[in-house]
Design a protein around this ligand. Structure first.
Ligand SMILES: [Mn+2]
Length: 427
């Protein structure tokens, strides 16, 4: 659990980065229409949540910084018995004052008036550039005479790069639920079933464990469908003898997990499937073994490309000299994506990959990233031995960088051929 003190510390840390004589503002998410008069489930803006832990809409955080002091102000929507009857309880100013460690609390209805007052003696403004939120667009107009404008978003995103102990605990809890879901997918009888039915089993496990949402749309891709990287239709039958690529992770208490396993429909890998699978697995294990502070993600990327290319030459998928093939980007046909990404409140945590001078940021203790090599052989690729065609494999774990190495936070999820076959339903 993130304490109110931790949220307060984050707000102070952010405001410290502002120039003197500044005002900063960041807004909650707003409701998004799904169709006609129905809405998508409300999900708080990640940066706003990171700074407040507050889950309601129609809210704003304002930072006032002068030479003498830093003040934080929270705007919350007012209590309204009729509206609350329909859409649920609101905290209101009285309860918000008890909970949040901010200096002042006002009603959102008074935002415009108050904000104009706050603006009067300020020189710099920090707000969300390019935001689609209507409140942020309004602020943009109100601040049009400001000479010095800054984007507040990258400042928060940079803070999100290093996870606190409490955040790591929440990520672990999220992964624990996702582990149950992947194991459920392995264990159930898949005879005569469809991809969407397996998806339902996975998401059932999320929901019964209080992860109300997935962190991203689940990919359940049987056979050649796995070669569509963002396959989310999930509407085809599960075919005996084929593999299923499952890329699914829940969001729990606003923290994501992002796990991929590639499992056999009938519980047993064929020889060619095993050969490709073990190439991806051994690559993934080698890359995880390289992870420690000061290593760069680009180094992991290059190493994965080298290992996969070497393996593909051995299997007769690529022909020629390893270095030359990589130079000519021939491997990209079969491994076209990145080795991994930051993960946290968002599945693709938008923390920076480069510093202010455009230099790549090296790994540091407290960062969390995914490691997800893959190989994708299209069913119509005549240049590849026939036995490998139509196989798509990805293996993905969530890795925490520690003081002198790393911890695979999802190591409890079955991953070797033997582990997966032992758990799987066979027919
Ligand atoms: Mn991922």
């Amino acid at each position: 659990m993130i304490t109110e003190r931790e949220y307060k510390k984050r707000r102070e840390l952010l405001a410290k980065k502002f120039s003197n004589n500044s005002i900063g503002v960041i807004f909650s998410s707003q409701h998004v229409t799904r169709s006609h008069d129905t809405h998508h489930p409300f999900r708080q803006d990640s940066n706003f949540y990171y700074l407040s832990g507050f889950k309601e809409d129609n809210a704003a955080l304002v930072f006032l910084k002068s030479k003498e002091e830093i003040k934080t102000v929270l705007f919350v929507q007012k209590k309204d018995k009729t509206l609350e009857l329909w859409t649920g309880e609101r905290l209101g100013t009285k309860e918000a004052k008890k909970r949040f460690l901010v200096d002042e609390i006002y009603l959102s209805d008074d935002f415009d008036k108050k904000f104009k007052e706050f603006l009067k003696d300020k020189k710099n403004i920090y707000y969300e550039f390019e935001s689609k939120k209507s409140a942020a667009k309004k602020v943009l107009k109100m601040a049009k005479n400001f000479k010095i404008k800054h984007d507040i978003v990258p400042l928060v995103q940079k803070m999100r790069l290093i996870k606190s102990a409490a955040e790591i605990e929440l990520i672990k809890e999220s992964i624990e639920i996702t582990a149950k879901a992947h194991h459920r997918a392995m264990k159930i009888d898949k005879k005569g079933k469809y991809e969407y039915q397996l998806q339902a089993e996975i998401e059932h496990e999320f929901k019964v464990n209080a992860a109300y949402s997935d962190a991203y749309t689940s990919i359940v891709a049987c056979a050649n469908n796995a070669n569509t990287l963002h396959y989310i239709k999930n509407d085809k039958p599960l075919v005996k003898g084929e593999l299923i690529l499952i890329d699914a992770g829940c969001e729990h208490n606003y923290y994501a997990s992002d796990i991929t396993r590639t499992i056999p429909v009938n519980g047993k890998y064929s020889e060619p499937q095993k050969e490709l699978y073990n190439l991806v697995l051994n690559t993934q294990l080698s890359i995880i073994g390289m992870i420690k502070p000061f290593v760069k993600r680009s180094h992991l990327q290059k190493s994965a490309e080298k290992l996969l290319t070497k393996g593909m030459i051995e299997l007769g998928i690529l022909k020629g000299d390893c270095k030359k093939l990589i130079k000519e980007q021939k491997h990209k046909k079969y491994y076209p994506h990145g080795i991994g990404h930051w993960m946290g409140i968002d599945v693709h945590d938008p923390a920076p990959y480069k510093d202010a001078k455009q230099r790549e940021i090296a790994l540091q203790k407290g960062m969390v990233l995914t490691i997800e090599p893959g190989l994708y052989i299209d069913k119509n690729d005549k240049s590849v031995p026939k036995k490998y065609r139509g196989i798509g494999i990805r293996i993905e774990d969530d890795i925490l960088i520690t003081k002198d190495g790393c911890e695979n936070l999802s190591r409890s999820i079955a991953k070797t051929v033997e582990e997966i076959e032992a758990l799987s339903f066979k027919f």
